[in-house]
Design a protein around this ligand. Sequence first.
Ligand SMILES: *Cc1c(COP(=O)(O)O)cnc(C)c1O
Length: 390
Amino acid sequence: MPYRPGRHFLQIPGPTNVPERVLRAMARPTIDHRGPEFQALGRELLDGIRDIFRTERPVVIYPASGSGAWEAALVNALSPGDRVLMVETGHFAILWKQIAVKLGLEVDLIPGDWRHGVEPRAVETRLVEDREHAIKAVCVVHNETSTGVTSRIPLVRDAIDHARHPALFMVDTISSLASIDYRHDEWSVDVTVAASQKGLMLPPGLSFNAVSQKALAAHAHATLPRAFWDWRAVLAANETGFFPYTPATNLLYGLREALAMLGEEGLPNVFARHARHAEATRRAVRAWGLEILCKNPDEYSGSITAVMTPPGHDADRLRAVVLDRFDLSLGVGLAKLAGTVFRIGHLGDLNDLSLLGTLAGVEMGLAVVGIPHEPRGVDAAMRYLEEVAD
Ligand SMILES: *Cc1c(COP(=O)(O)O)cnc(C)c1O
């Protein structure tokens, strides 16, 4: 590959651009993970990470991608043959379901069209029908990264409460944590699943389970086999700032820096920045005359926008051209959306001009591959960003 001058535009919805500060923080010697210097780091992180989840409860950190934290949530709180209620919001919801099935859980799936989020009334109906309380957990994806649809978690919580159902509530926030408002304690979530490589601006390799008191109580008598993922072993070691096995020390250096950066900006400002960039992106898409996959404006995602190409126009050809010509990576259409959707990631370490560069790359790409559009998207985004201050 020849050298490509300038910076690569990594505008997929994760992994996201890793800021220089985080890269530099990680470029240090790996230390003894049983020594006092590590202990101080461990204590600082295990305390600090809770603010991001908005919880007073412990957060378990794994050296694993997000899929590991999906599995951890299930094996720690459930038993073989337990019934779980899941909702087909898109590709990631289906992947989590497949893990549940492989683990021997019985999955009740509420079908979906991949253009809407979780319908709270549908959840309530299923739970009301479950008079025996056979359903042990409701598992949903907060921000469905394959479709750009954000489910309204407080309404799902209300649905569970209205049904007076004791099921645990598990939420995947892998592409929403630290970019879209999320509150583990206030929304009474029992297990929140997250990962490092999206809103937290880190490379892949860390993932998380925030765990409620109720989830810990379920853990005490849950019998799915668990070893590496066992919360109890991790939480016991965490008491003194350590981990039961070798942690991803250099990623933890990066996490310390990312937490500092999020603290300096302030989480409410981080969420507002993402919402503003998401709106600018949607204005560009509408000005191009293209369709946003998400149908319900109340469920528009603050971190990713999925855009439909007109029938007969291959989204993957557009992606290939913008990568080749403009060094811009866009998200692929996943599973049944292959070829008909491309995804613009606007989360993580992003400012107005990086967003406009991204949108300019898309607009030029549409012209190069001959997808019918109005060449006014960048302009529409610029007008919005000018008028609506940070
Ligand atoms: C990225 C993502 C995952 C998968 O995480 P991995 O780190 O690839 O294992 C799961 N769920 C959602 C919502 C995601 O965005």
